[in-house]
Ligand binder design. Structure first.
Ligand code: ATP
Length: 267
């Protein structure tokens, strides 16, 4: 789908986040479940790929490619499935999911299966995004909580992927140091980026992230960069990457929703 349509869908998805009010949907519904380090998201789309239900909870179930809370992850998935069933008035028996590149797909599929779902599709995260947006000669840069991952896409296929342990948590640490506050407070400040001048405090970390991305891209043909992941919610983040990497940088309207939408649209 086009970039404009993707951003419209991401905005609609964000607007209905955690809305349990019933809606009536005609035709097939596809479910995607994104098990992140910092959050779990269930997104349901209709036959056209339009979001019809979205549930997100901040919970750490996966860390560094390892499930740290298997039971907790299964419980969140079961809870979201029940909420989606209630909202959509259907029975949900299957879903798609994904996993960070370089880790084992079973990380996610085991959780879905234990939660009682059949897994229809499983694909690594940047490949899901690449297939939704039909990317070519692009770098998908996912800046999450703990890590920054780069996936280089050529003709819809991932030709390179790697990640490094620098992400949103490192920015939170810097904010905590700058304002001399606890991490929870620093995380709160981060969400009020303009008020607390977070972009300038985060700049050295983001420059480090762009060095990581530049090293990942070396030797590959890349025409544009697509940002994804929760850390890209920081307003103005794209300006730092444009300046450092000297390539067009696309920032989706709702960075947290891009991977879940891509997973749900896999069918
Ligand atoms: P990883 O990619 O490291 O495995 P993940 O996929 O779970 O983690 P995301 O959900 O993409 O990570 O991003 C989580 C990060 O996004 C956290 O560090 C969180 O603080 C940050 N984040 C979420 N919302 C915002 C916001 N509005 N402004 C700034 N940062 C945010």
């Amino acid at each position: 789908i086009s970039w404009e349509l993707a951003c419209e869908r991401l905005d609609r998805a964000a607007a209905m986040m955690n809305d349990t009010d019933p809606v009536s949907v005609e035709g097939p519904i596809h479910i995607g479940i994104d098990l992140g380090t910092a959050d779990v998201v269930l997104m349901a789309v209709d036959g056209e790929g339009e979001p019809v239900a979205v549930f997100l909870e901040w919970t750490e179930v996966v860390r560094d490619g390892v499930v740290v809370d298997f039971v907790g992850a299964c419980d969140v998935v079961r809870k979201f499935v029940a909420m989606a069933e209630e909202r959509l008035g259907i029975e949900i028996t299957e879903a798609s999911t994904s996993f960070p590149p370089g880790t084992d797909a079973r990380l996610s599929t085991n959780i879905l299966e234990t939660a009682g779902l059949d897994v229809t599709y499983v694909e690594d995260e940047p490949s899901c995004v690449a297939s939704l947006l039909e990317l070519d000669k692009a770098a998908v840069v996912d800046i999450g909580g703990g890590t920054t991952g780069t996936a280089i896409v050529k003709g819809g296929e991932i030709v390179f992927s790697d990640d490094e342990p620098t992400g949103g948590k490192h920015i939170t640490l810097t904010i905590a140091g700058h304002y001399d506050v606890a991490l929870e407070k620093a995380e709160e400040y981060k969400r009020k980026a303009e008020e607390y001048k977070i972009l300038s405090i985060a700049k050295p970390t983001l420059e480090r992230v762009s060095d990581i991305v530049a090293a990942h891209m070396a030797g590959h043909e890349v025409d544009s960069i697509l940002l994804s992941g929760g850390t890209c919610c920081l307003p103005g983040i794209e300006t730092i990457f444009e300046k450092e990497l000297k390539l067009p940088v696309h920032l989706p309207s709702q960075p947290l929703m891009l991977t879940p939408l891509s997973i749900a649209s896999l069918a």
